[in-house]
Design a protein around this ligand. Structure first.
Ligand SMILES: Nc1ncnc2c1ncn2[C@@H]1O[C@H](COP(=O)(O)OP(=O)(O)OP(=O)(O)O)[C@@H](O)[C@H]1O
Length: 242
């Protein structure tokens, strides 16, 4: 095994994966720098979700390596991967998947409670994140009494409440109207930047990708280029590598 470069928080080499024999990833490699917001972009079915699931340890690729700092995720046991996901990673899916019986703050606090935080500390952190995401007034409401955009903000608050090192967001605005989606995403990226949380966002929407520092394009399970744009709402300057 080759050790990953020092300046990448996440690093993957030559990932191959198939679902029931049909190829989803065919040799994808990438590195993600600490604090970077990276968009993984491409048309439907190109392998974005499969890539995020391999990088976050939910799936073990058929071939290839995934490293988180100096830890090889691809050789970890299921329990080690589960702990890594619980302690270091956050995940936002296309739908909020909230627990209907719990209030907004209880849903947000859930990852902290599962880690063993006291109810008081978990509640305080949850209320703080709901406030930062402009839904503090929803804290005591249940999901059924909220709009979809509010529910998705709660899912984002839940993913941030543990202050993950890496946040994976799979089409996080897919179920929202365009304006709502953009606003939710701006809030997410601003929160991530202010806490130096590294973010990977899978999206087929160029407007979403424009909020990232860099975009990796997938097509038919392969990487086709990497774009780092000046003038995007990301931080730095411009480069193009193919
Ligand atoms: N559980 C599964 N079983 C069988 N095939 C699957 C499964 N999950 C994904 N695939 C197939 O693998 C390929 C890559 O899918 P994946 O969901 O990773 O792509 P995607 O870019 O995220 O697509 P979308 O934007 O539609 O979510 C597609 O051809 C898809 O149909």
């Amino acid at each position: 095994m080759v050790a990953p470069p020092d300046n990448d928080v996440l690093w993957a080499r030559a990932l191959h994966h198939s679902h029931n024999g049909s190829p989803a990833l065919s040799g994808v490699s990438l590195g993600v720098r600490e604090g970077e917001i990276l968009a993984v972009s491409g048309p439907r079915g190109c392998g974005k979700t499969t890539l995020l699931r391999c990088l976050s340890g939910q799936l073990v690729p058929r071939e290839g390596e995934v490293w988180y700092n100096s830890a090889p995720i691809h050789t970890m046991t299921p329990l080690q991967r589960e702990r890594l996901r619980r302690d270091r990673f956050g995940w936002i899916g296309p739908r909020p998947d909230l627990v209907p019986e719990l209030t907004a703050w209880e849903n947000t606090a859930l990852p902290l409670l599962l880690r063993g935080s006291s109810r008081r500390a978990a509640k305080s952190a949850a209320l703080d994140w709901l406030e930062r995401l402009d839904i503090g007034d929803c804290a005591r409401k249940r999901p059924r009494d909220l709009l979809q955009a509010q529910r998705q903000r709660i899912a984002i608050a839940r993913s941030l409440v543990t202050m993950p090192s890496l946040l994976f967001a799979d089409e996080p605005t897919a179920t929202l109207h365009r304006a709502e989606g953009t606003q939710v995403l701006r809030t997410l990226t601003a929160a991530a930047r202010s806490h130096r949380i590294t973010v990977l966002i899978a999206t087929h929407d160029p407007d979403v990708a424009a909020l990232a520092d860099r975009t990796v394009q997938l097509l038919d399970g392969r990487r086709v280029n990497s774009v780092h744009l000046d003038g995007a709402e990301g931080r730095d300057a411009c480069s193009l590598s193919v």
